[in-house]
Design a protein around this ligand. Structure first.
Ligand code: ZN
Length: 208
């Protein structure tokens, strides 16, 4: 596998810690060992980054781990695994944060479906970017647009089609938590395809 040189951009330890635990959930401990070896990250075997928000892991290492997943399981297999891992990642993060949107409250229940989806997307965006935006951008035809400008999944990689399925799974899980429904999340752009950012489009109505 091609080595991805360090970028100088560091990602919080906790995000990598939970990525590896989520991968363990879908691949088993030995599966993660094999992935870390293949990714040139054997130093992380039995030595995961700690569960804290210190920026300690170069995003090139994160993308190497995902690239190894693609190499080892093939496009289709890795897609299914990454989607699953994204869902686990959400579930595990929620165990720590509780119920940040207070989805059982009367106030939240009174929101429109569209507002619920927007709340879910903002929750993830603000968490990852450590910001406090209150509106999601939209596409020209009114769908939600989720833009990841520094994507740790495909940094330094080249893919024929957008493949940041970990984020797709994470967004699907967040919307499911907020609405109880399945929404399609479609990645339309990727760094690894030469685009300036990794973009996802989410409709304001669920799957029919
Ligand atoms: Zn990406």
């Amino acid at each position: 596998m091609k080595t991805i040189p360090d970028s100088g951009v560091l990602y919080p330890n906790s995000f990598v810690h939970h990525l590896l635990l989520a991968l363990e959930d879908v691949l088993g401990k030995n599966g993660v060992k094999a992935i870390l070896n293949m990714a040139g990250q054997s130093a992380m075997i039995d030595n995961y980054p700690p569960d804290d928000m210190t920026p300690g892991v170069d995003i090139a290492r994160y993308s190497s781990i995902i690239a190894a997943l693609d190499d080892m399981y093939g496009d289709r297999g890795a897609q299914a695994l990454a989607l699953k891992a994204g869902n686990v990642l959400f579930r595990e993060t929620m165990k720590k944060t509780g119920d940040p949107l207070n989805v059982e409250s009367d106030e939240f229940k009174a929101k429109s479906l569209e507002d619920k989806v927007e709340s879910a997307l903002l929750m993830i965006w603000n968490f990852v970017n450590r910001s406090s935006e209150t509106k999601m951008p939209r596409t020209a035809d009114g769908q939600f647009l989720y833009v990841a400008s520094k994507c740790p999944i495909c940094y330094g990689r080249e893919t024929k089609t957008p493949r940041c399925f970990l984020t797709t799974g994470l967004l699907q899980a967040a919307i499911r938590y907020a609405t109880g429904l399945e929404f399609p999340v479609t990645q339309v752009k990727a760094h690894s395809c030469g685009d300036p950012s990794c973009d996802y489009v989410i409709p304001v109505v669920p799957n029919s």
